[in-house]
Design a protein around this ligand. Sequence first.
Ligand SMILES: [Zn+2]
Ligand SMILES: [Zn+2]
Length: 146
Amino acid sequence: MHQRKKMTDYVVLLKEKGLKATFQRMNILEVIEKQGHMSVDDIYEEVMKVHPSLSLATIYKNIILMQENGILVEVPIAGKKSKYELAKADHLHLICTECGEVEDKMCLEKTDAVFHQLTEEEHFKLNRRQVNLYGICEACQAKIVS
Ligand SMILES: [Zn+2]
Ligand SMILES: [Zn+2]
């Protein structure tokens, strides 16, 4: 059975976080949600197709604002420009340092237990976490060998 992924209601999301639901912001969110993780340059390139008059500075400002309001999350890529994703349930990232591809991994029961144990030992109250594992993806490994 083919099931279409339900997209987030950006108007509700933006308003919940106290931001005006402008077309630019909704377009940025839509582009990011489709791709998963994107750099500012990639977002700019996509958004330009719909809003050709938007400047990179404006898009960047909106991304930072939405990050500050907890709608977007920055994912640092070692040696490359950061990517951004929609804030979602805590998950792990497998990040390829060759091509910059970011894969989400949701299996967190085991890792959650480790984090809670570690932080409890330090009497540290854990709120948020982002776990980034850097390495080389399967496709890039194949390229390196050949
Ligand atoms: Zn790769
Ligand atoms: Zn992610």
